[in-house]
Write a protein that binds this ligand. Structure first.
Ligand SMILES: Cc1ncc(COP(=O)(O)O)c(C=O)c1O
Length: 450
């Protein structure tokens, strides 16, 4: 039977999807990938302008990544890191430590962004619990930001701050101290950057002043709160947050799941402000988007907190069946080779400048309220009234309609509410940026009547 759409509707349950609506439509079924394009079962080509949920870095059929996977497959697909070591995981860990900000020394593998964050939270918690000092053992709480997203497992949901995603599980989550994020387009203080001098950081500072000695870690996405609506944290926010953590003796966990691997123009977003976190979560782009693999990186200080005689039971109590999967590590080594040999970060400087220029043109459309961009991560926020910044009625699902319209013109987009997310692979060409920008302008006009 080749009617995939019908078979999909008959059996699958899709993530973050209202299945009753899904069943009304005809799901687009993707069969192949070529460069930055996805090809459906009917042979139609689509520019993958969301990098297959922000994971694909160098296109879908990169020969270097394929070679690394094939060569590893000829040797071994998977062996466990519980009680055994493996060459690809060792090589990858060494490479990640070499690339990470100075001070990062250890790598713990898992399979996705949520687990990488879950592990970071458990590491921070356990670190303080087994610190010799009774005061340090009081550090059991986390500070996280409004509009934060760190994944869908329960620890990650607890630190998450997006009402629509997380409210349903409220009773199951642990209590978190919630700091204001920097929402510059809709600043709750009515201020403007840079005159505001990042006034919103006073919220974090206030929480640390009041509860600092109970806080295990501050948890944040560096530079861009992507799932929160492509919200950009202003320059200086991260460095000042690191200073606040240091002043209060608390750890800083950075979630680089979306921002890592070149998205913001540097290998890791925290490099822009010279910040080294105590713990750092990586996933999505780690394998170039080819296989599920994640890593939690730690400083030597954190790692040493887990050392001791076996009888002391100080080891990290966490592990997954597929931790350090050999094929995933091989794919990641392939992706890092592409970064090294193909001048990827230099190219991102050019393509992101071109994207900025093209997105700037969209500002002339009346329903474009805001355009936010960092490297090849961008969001275009559509609003009912540009003057008052009044949003569209969510029931109108304007963002969704714009993204559906883009499919007619061969572009795959997925919105966050009425924010259209643009996150093409780092290998996106100048022509593809033009195509993406032209199609977006056309679809906004079609849907909103601009
Ligand atoms: C910033 C951030 N953290 C964590 C996650 C969770 O990653 P995963 O979907 O691989 O579990 C995501 C996914 O979108 C993310 O954007």
């Amino acid at each position: 039977m080749s009617d995939y759409a019908e078979r999909d509707q008959g059996t699958l349950w899709h993530p973050f999807t209202q299945q009753s609506e899904w069943a009304d439509g005809r799901p687009l079924t993707i069969e192949r990938g070529e460069g930055n394009y996805l090809i459906d079962t009917e042979g139609n080509r689509y520019l993958d302008a969301i990098s297959s949920m922000w994971v694909n870095m160098h296109g879908h059929d990169h020969p270097v990544i394929r070679r690394h996977i094939h060569e590893q497959l000829d040797r071994l697909a998977h062996s466990t890191l519980l009680g055994l070591a493996s060459p690809p995981s060792i090589e990858l860990a060494e490479k990640l430590v070499a690339l990470a900000p100075p001070g990062i020394a250890r790598v713990f593998f898992s399979d996705n962004g949520s687990t990488a964050m879950e592990i970071a939270l458990k590491m921070a918690f356990q670190f303080w619990q087994q610190s010799g000092d009774a005061d340090a053992r009081r550090r059991t709480r986390f500070i996280a930001l409004r509009e934060a997203y760190h994944g869908d497992t329960m620890g990650a949901v607890s630190v998450g701050g997006i009402e629509a995603f997380h409210a349903a599980f409220g009773p199951l989550t642990f209590d978190v101290l919630r700091a204001e994020n920097a929402h510059c387009y809709r600043c709750p203080y009515g201020k403007t950057f840079p005159e505001c001098d990042i006034h919103c950081l006073e919220s974090l500072e206030g929480l640390l002043d009041a509860h600092g000695d109970e806080v295990a870690a501050v948890v944040a996405e560096p530079l861009v709160q992507a799932p929160g609506g492509m919200l950009m944290l202003p320059d200086g926010w991260l460095a000042r947050t690191r200073e606040l953590c240091d002043r209060h003796g608390t750890l800083l966990i950075l979630d680089e799941v979306a921002t890592g691997f070149g998205r913001t123009g540097r290998m890791f977003a925290c490099e822009h402000e010279g910040v080294t976190p105590d713990l750092m979560a990586l996933a999505k782009g780690l394998t170039g988007g080819y296989l599920p693999l994640a890593a939690t990186l730690a400083t030597e200080r954190i790692y040493e907190g887990f050392l001791g005689p076996v009888a002391d039971r100080r080891q990290l109590f966490h592990g997954h069946s597929y931790t350090g999967n050999a094929l995933g590590c091989a794919a990641a080594l392939g992706s890092l080779e592409v970064f090294e040999t193909e001048g990827v970060l230099e190219r991102v400087q050019q393509t992101s400048a071109q994207l900025a220029k093209r997105l700037d043109e969209l500002r002339s459309l009346p329903s474009v309220g805001d355009v936010r961009q960092r490297g090849l991560m961008a969001g275009v926020e559509l609003v009912q009234d540009r003057e008052t910044r009044q949003p569209f009625d969510p029931e109108d699902r304007v963002g969704h309609l714009v993204c559906m319209a883009a499919r007619k013109y061969g572009v795959i987009l997925r919105p966050l509410g009425d924010v259209i997310v643009l996150m093409p692979p780092l290998s996106v060409s100048a022509e593809e940026i033009d195509l993406l920008s032209d199609v977006l302008a056309r679809c906004i006009t079609e849907v909103t009547g601009d």
